[in-house]
Design a protein around this ligand. Structure first.
Ligand SMILES: C[S@@+](CC[C@H](N)C(=O)[O-])C[C@H]1O[C@@H](n2cnc3c(N)ncnc32)[C@H](O)[C@@H]1O
Length: 330
């Protein structure tokens, strides 16, 4: 049966977890489709960072029955490509993840090699590799985790398109794609989809065949959904900026004894109608800028009159001193 993205409702939904700058967001609809299509018994992600990719897989996994067992492995300190970061990244992710997905998913804070012994051989149906991106590192990740894969395993590689610095996923991808059935999503820094196991579901083989035969047409709905997610992310950034400006200006309003009238827009509107939402944020921002200009001039006037009063007092004191000095001399 031909692939129809309408059979995968999660692909069209707003991600519940989205951070500000992951290169992975373009693949969220594909993650939803693959999770539902492959129904892995065990899913493992190597390299989770803020969690944009992993949370997308979990958002579909939570709907499957039985839930796949999901594991995110990361040292959560960073690497030379992702940069190094503090413990707040894992703490923020955990605060959302544990109550939402903790009943079937585990965040494992370990080095990839140290986590291998947590998994039995022949146990992982879906593996996503997105750790350090040199050729040597990604090859080691693939080879060391290979014995853990089942006969129906699929492996995903992120950043197959990046060729600057010492990124080398593209090089490993070229070798592996010649060896296994595969498809490379060319946008979003590149996502390689590799059918490593020999026993793949018919629907997945059909999707691979369609992707390879007509990539533009087959990827079109994935791209459209991804563009909507990207717009949501832009709206989130706009709302955050507006919120900061509102907080600052509300402090001024308090100083001036003015009422606080403007609410922060509700992000749910951004998913329903991003254009209307952005237009609303723009109107709010313009109003804030006008308010800020008015309040600034009021504050400056106040400061000015205080300063003028102080100058008056100083002037009076000087005059008094002059008079006192003159009478002494006389
Ligand atoms: C590119 S980021 C992952 C991005 C993530 N998939 C997303 O959706 O945005 C790579 C992550 O892999 C982790 N990492 C790299 N090499 C690792 C290793 N050998 N063991 C554990 N974690 C590693 C880094 O700490 C970093 O958080």
């Amino acid at each position: 049966m031909a692939f129809n993205i309408a059979d995968f409702p999660e692909a069209a939904e707003a991600p519940l977890w989205l951070t500000h700058n992951s290169a992975w967001v373009d693949h969220i609809p594909m993650a939803c489709v693959l999770m539902r299509m492959l129904k892995p018994r065990v899913f493992v992600e190597l390299g989770t960072f803020r969690g944009d990719s992993y949370m997308a897989f979990c958002q579909t996994a939570v709907r499957l029955s039985p839930h796949p067992r999901c594991f995110a492995v990361d040292n959560w300190v960073g690497d030379p490509h992702a940069g190094f970061y503090g413990p707040h990244i894992l703490a923020e992710l955990r605060a959302f993840h544990d109550p939402t997905y903790g009943h079937f998913s585990t965040l494992i804070q370990k080095d990839f090699t140290a986590a291998i012994s947590d998994f039995a051989d022949d146990s992982i149906d879906l593996l996503h590799i997105d750790g350090h991106h040199t050729y040597e590192a990604v090859k080691q990740d693939f080879l060391t985790w290979l014995p853990k894969l089942t006969s129906r395993a699929v492996v995903l590689f992120h950043d197959t398109q990046i060729r600057d610095r010492d990124f080398g996923v593209w090089q490993l991808w070229r070798e592996l794609a010649a060896e296994y059935p595969s498809f490379e999503v060319p946008y979003g820094c590149g996502l390689g989809i590799l059918a490593v196991g020999t026993e793949q579901p018919a629907a997945f083989l059909e999707l691979l065949a369609e992707l390879n035969a007509a990539p533009e047409r087959t990827l079109a709905p994935f791209k459209a959904y991804a563009a909507r997610i990207d717009m949501l992310r832009t709206c989130m950034a706009l709302t955050n900026d507006l919120h900061h400006a509102q907080s600052m200006i509300n402090e001024w309003r308090k100083v001036l004894g003015q009422p606080i009238t403007q609410n922060t827009p509700d992000l749910a509107g951004a998913w329903q109608n991003p254009r209307r939402f952005s237009a609303g944020v723009l109107t709010d921002t313009r109003q804030l800028v006008a308010d800020a200009a008015r309040m600034l001039s009021t504050l400056v006037q106040k400061e000015l009159s205080v300063t003028q009063n102080q100058i008056g007092v100083v002037q009076q004191t000087v005059d008094k001193l002059k008079m006192a000095g003159a009478s002494k001399v006389g």
